[in-house]
Design a protein around this ligand. Structure first.
Ligand SMILES: Cc1cc2nc3c(=O)[nH]c(=O)nc-3n(C[C@H](O)[C@H](O)[C@H](O)COP(=O)(O)OP(=O)(O)OC[C@H]3O[C@@H](n4cnc5c(N)ncnc54)[C@H](O)[C@@H]3O)c2cc1C
Length: 536
């Protein structure tokens, strides 16, 4: 196979998210294989793109840049170095993501332009419940007790004690799992509604095993011990202060949001002669037995479908779509793939003049009432909103006018459901109404807004996913097919996992197929947490 008559082999890459773009750049850097990327969207970055709405930029979900992999950390920094004013020279920065952290000395590379940089940001996120702010992670301190009230705290304590005496056995569902560890009352207060909002499935229908995999290190006993012993620790205890300082979560963040990283990568790919076709959806995959021979691609602008011959296919397409394109002979593969579950996601970007502080709550960090958080988990049962992003606090570069507040109101939903199907105007109206209802804004302060829908944001681990091994075995039979990435592998990959999978695919292509199975070993424990209670 050749690229326009040359003898170079061709790798078609389906999708220009972090996985697809990493694969393209690495093929260009390390091999003679020509990558041709097809992306259905009109911009690069996948779920990690930045949406620019009239100069205000939205990050879909809030993307922290953190990786345990040195390779990924160096890779990012080569593309977007950390801005000089963010760090002292050769100073080590402790960056964290959930329960992982690492010390890291940014290289003193000069950026391509003053704006092509990463910032070191400090994380703050809280829980909003009962029209009050709670620390996140939840702490058993005076503020929490004050917010909950004495009686409610006692009820939670009693219910926890009861759960320890009368454990649910067998522990079959996620509900059993939560109640055994936190008691019924705490479960209903902080875990049930949010988990069900995220996944759209009752906790009774999610397996306990899933909770066990994801809720590492979260313990009521630990929290209680900490709360009970804290009065005995000296106020000026240096060791204690140092621990607390090291617990401050910092993360790297491109000045203009995560998409800036991927736009830079796309620029480098083009510079090296790689091709990225935006607005081109893969609509079919041709095979000869168990070998991929070509893909069919539809150009959104003209509607024409072209057949592109290839030697390799690196697919970041949802497994459901890829399997359908391959038309498997085995009916079990067809059935499982067709029913793989996903959860979708919508964001309303709202631009505001100012925000309100709930009664008795000192929340604002600015004169216009903007809270200091990067994001806030909304636990209120009377609204559908799941999380509230305050984009100003991710990076000032995301906001066109620093006197305004630029928010992202995030909703977990199902593609095609009632919420998803609302037209943009009605959805914006609904979302603004929810923030007003919980007392965070007066909707007369809304200046502008936009809506972004993210289909298949979360590959879900229930239902037919239990039989995923069957699909994997089928896909593995294609020697020149490399499924990588988040939906490409139906796994909760962060950007770094998607990149590592792409790197492993490139290595295997260079090594004539050797090491292909390593791809499935990346992020195999699925340890990935995006939301409260570590269950989303
Ligand atoms: C709410 C939320 C928060 C997150 N937070 C973080 C975080 O803090 N840190 C972090 O590192 N990661 C985070 N992630 C994960 C991150 O978004 C993903 O890991 C990353 O974007 C996955 O990259 P990918 O290339 O595998 O897939 P994607 O980003 O999904 O890219 C796949 C691409 O394929 C394209 N495509 C699909 N079908 C076709 C087709 N038929 N033809 C052509 N193109 C097609 C899509 O349009 C898309 O551009 C978060 C995700 C979510 C949903």
């Amino acid at each position: 196979m050749s690229d326009s008559g040359s003898s170079r082999k061709v790798a078609v890459i389906a999708g220009a998210g972090p996985a697809g773009l990493t694969a393209a750049l690495e093929l260009l850097r390390r091999s003679d294989v020509m990558p041709i990327v097809f992306e259905a969207d009109s911009q690069v970055g996948g779920i990690s793109k930045t949406v620019n709405y009239r100069g205000n930029r939205m990050d879909l979900g809030g993307h922290r840049f953190f990786s345990k992999s040195d390779w990924v950390m160096r890779w990012w920094q080569e593309i977007l170095p950390v801005a000089q004013n963010q760090i002292e020279q050769n100073q080590s920065v402790r960056i964290s993501y959930r329960q992982q952290s690492r010390d890291w000395v940014p290289a003193s590379a000069a950026p391509r332009s003053p704006d092509a940089v990463m910032l070191v940001r400090q994380r703050l996120s809280r829980i909003f419940y009962r029209r009050r702010f709670f620390d996140y992670p939840l702490k058993l301190n005076a503020s929490t007790l004050g917010n909950m009230g004495f009686m409610e705290t006692m009820r939670i304590g009693l219910s926890y004690g009861q759960a320890q005496l009368l454990r649910r056995s067998p522990e079959a569902s996620l509900e059993d799992f939560f109640i055994n560890r936190f008691g019924d009352r705490l479960y209903r207060t902080f875990f049930k509604d949010y988990t069900e909002k995220v996944w759209g499935v009752p906790c009774e229908e999610i397996s306990a095993e899933w909770g066990a995999q994801r809720i590492k290190g979260l313990s009521v006993t630990k929290a209680l011990t900490h709360a009970l012993t804290s009065p005995f620790r000296a106020a000026g205890d240096t060791a204690q202060r140092q621990t607390e300082t090291s617990l401050i979560e910092r993360f790297l963040y491109p000045k203009f949001g995560p998409g800036q990283m991927w736009e830079e990568v796309a620029r480098l790919i083009a510079q090296r002669g790689g091709a990225i076709h935006l607005g081109h959806r893969v609509v079919g995959v041709e095979r000869d037995g168990m070998r991929i021979t070509a893909v069919d691609v539809r150009d959104a602008a003209t509607g024409t479908v072209r057949r592109i011959p290839c030697d390799f296919l690196i697919s970041t397409l949802p497994v459901r779509d890829l399997a359908a394109f391959l038309q498997p002979d085995d009916p079990a593969v067809v059935r499982i793939a067709d029913r793989l579950p996903y959860r979708d996601f919508m964001t309303a970007g709202l631009l505001l003049r100012k925000m309100l502080s709930p009664v008795g709550q000192r929340t604002a960090s600015a004169a216009n009432g903007m809270p200091p958080d990067n994001w806030i988990y909304i636990q209120e049962p009377d609204v559908k909103i799941g999380r509230l992003q305050v984009f100003n606090n991710w990076s000032p570069g995301l906001v066109a006018d620093s006197d305004t507040i630029w928010l992202g109101l995030e909703y977990f939903c199902g593609e095609g459901d009632e919420l998803w199907s609302l037209d943009d105007g009605r959805f914006l109206d609904f979302a603004a109404g929810e923030l007003e209802k919980i007392g965070l804004i007066d909707r007369r302060d809304v200046l502008d807004g936009t809506v972004v829908r993210v289909p298949k944001a979360y590959p879900a681990y229930f239902g037919e996913y239990r039989e995923f091994g069957h699909i994997r075995t089928y896909l593995d039979q294609f020697a020149n097919l490399y499924p990588v990435g988040r939906n490409g592998m139906h796994r909760y990959n962060n950007q770094d996992h998607s990149m590592l999978a792409a790197d492993a695919a490139v290595r295997s292509i260079i090594n004539r197929g050797e090491g292909k199975s390593a791809i499935w070993g990346i992020n195999a424990d699925g340890e990935y947490h995006e939301a409260i209670g570590a269950v989303a």
